[in-house]
Design a protein around this ligand. Sequence first.
Ligand code: HEC
Length: 134
Amino acid sequence: MRPIVAGIALAMTASILSAREMPPLAQKNNCAVCHAIDHRVVGPSWMEVSKKYKDAKAYMYSVNGSASPDAKEFPLVEGLMHKISHGGHGNWGEAPMIANDPNETNQGEIRQLVEYILGLARQPMKPAGSRPSN
Ligand code: HEC
């Protein structure tokens, strides 16, 4: 196996392993190739994303990032749906997210994924060893 092929195989194994923690809808939509719940893959961890927007009501969308002069304001959920659907870079680094639903034929599932991600910081995982609250 040439080194580059071995490298790709290793990267794929890593994303399959981290994909285990992701919900089935995230696997079905290939989000898990680039994201995990609690660590950065190609994109930011979904827990970090959830914390960033915890108290936000609005989201500025531009393909070049929220600080770009051409960014447009959306309500938070719609804005994140727009970003995921049409892609872009600049909010977490220079690596771009691909357009995951460019023709907007899958907005129901994209909305469910946004609501799932935003919910993560609102119900933090219990520390290991803690007792169930009920
Ligand atoms: C090709 C890799 C890739 C795929 C596939 C991908 N993402 Fe991303 N995602 C990224 C990168 C890179 C960023 C950071 C973009 C930036 O810096 O603005 C990101 C950012 C995000 C953000 C934060 C947006 C922001 O502006 O703060 C959310 C939410 C998100 N992704 C959800 C998803 C969902 C849901 C899916 C599946 C439908 C998905 N991603 C698929 C790479 C990917």
